[in-house]
Design a protein around this ligand. Structure first.
Ligand code: BV8
Length: 234
């Protein structure tokens, strides 16, 4: 591997899964054009109308099970296998397409759609079925306390200490398929720059934070991510 970089942090967003058929959030026909995020991606929305939130996540869970990873996910799994130094793939996505492509050094900072959490006993387990208020927890047996194990707006993202440590040590930060609207993820590029890391944006179009990147390439992830990985590994 010819690259001069030794410590790599990658951040992915919904754009890397767009060509796998999973909706993005802020594109023209994105999820937030059909649902108000305050109704389906906040604790307040869940308290107000749990049925709507369960419907929202049950539909996305079924879409995900029918979806396949694309060449961009495969390229990042190859990069992880071939990379000689520190490597961390941080995803804002709650899908499992990175795992299905073989990524292992992976952190879901916004949780995972195919896991559920019981607010009564704290049990977290995989779930591929629909759940609703009547579904009883497999651990404590009590219904009405199950929710998707995802991070809603206003909730603490997962793995922040590990992410901060990786950003402190990185000399290469690559952001893929994210609009740079959601914090703290959207602030990672600024932290990488403060550490003098080289920063690269790979996206369909310039993101909100495009001006913070030292290098940028635009196009569909399934084309530009494999090309970039080939160059890194050349
Ligand atoms: C928190 C999980 C406190 C559930 C999601 C300032 C500082 C700190 C916080 C805030 C702040 N300002 C505001 C906040 C609060 C809030 C926030 O950021 N609000 C925004 C709306 C302003 N943040 C929070 O509440 C976060 N929690 O801050 O706690 C804290 C702070 C610091 C440290 C500790 C604690 C929690 C946010 C998590 C919310 N949960 N999802 C679910 O998925 O249902 S967010 C949701 O947005 C998804 O996770 C998604 O991944 C994420 C980001 O969206 P993107 O991935 O970027 O998707 P988007 O559609 O926007 O863009 C897609 C991009 O892909 C586009 O650019 C498009 O061009 C591109 N694209 C499309 N097709 C392709 C493509 N690219 C390549 N190829 C293609 N084919």
């Amino acid at each position: 591997m010819a690259t001069k970089y030794r410590s790599l942090v990658i951040l992915t967003g919904a754009g890397i899964s767009a060509e796998s058929g999973l909706g993005t959030f802020r594109d023209k026909d994105g999820l937030w054009s059909k649902y108000d995020l305050r109704d389906v991606a906040t604790p307040e929305g869940f308290a107000r109308n749990p049925g709507l939130v369960h419907d929202f996540y049950n539909a996305r869970r079924q879409n995900l099970i029918a979806a396949q990873p694309n060449a961009a996910h495969a390229a990042l799994a190859l990069l992880e296998r071939e990379w000689r130094g520190d490597f961390l793939l941080v995803t804002q996505n709650v899908d499992d397409l990175h795992e299905r492509s073989g990524s292992a050094k992976l952190l879901h900072m916004h949780g995972e759609l195919l896991k559920i959490r019981c607010e009564n006993c704290g049990d977290i387990r995989p779930c591929h079925q629909a759940i609703d208020l009547a579904t009883a927890c497999s651990a404590c047996g009590i219904p009405g306390y199950l929710r998707p194990d995802v991070v809603w707006f206003g909730e603490m993202p997962m793995g922040m200490e590990r992410i901060e440590r990786a950003l402190d040590a990185c000399d290469l930060f690559v952001s893929i398929g994210t609009s740079g609207n959601v914090y703290p993820a959207a602030g990672f590029v600024a932290e990488a720059r403060r550490r003098r890391a080289h920063t690269v944006e790979l996206n369909l179009e310039p993101s909100e934070s495009h001006s913070l990147f030292a290098e940028a390439r635009y196009g569909p992830a399934s084309e530009i991510v494999p090309a970039y990985v080939q160059e890194l590994l050349a």
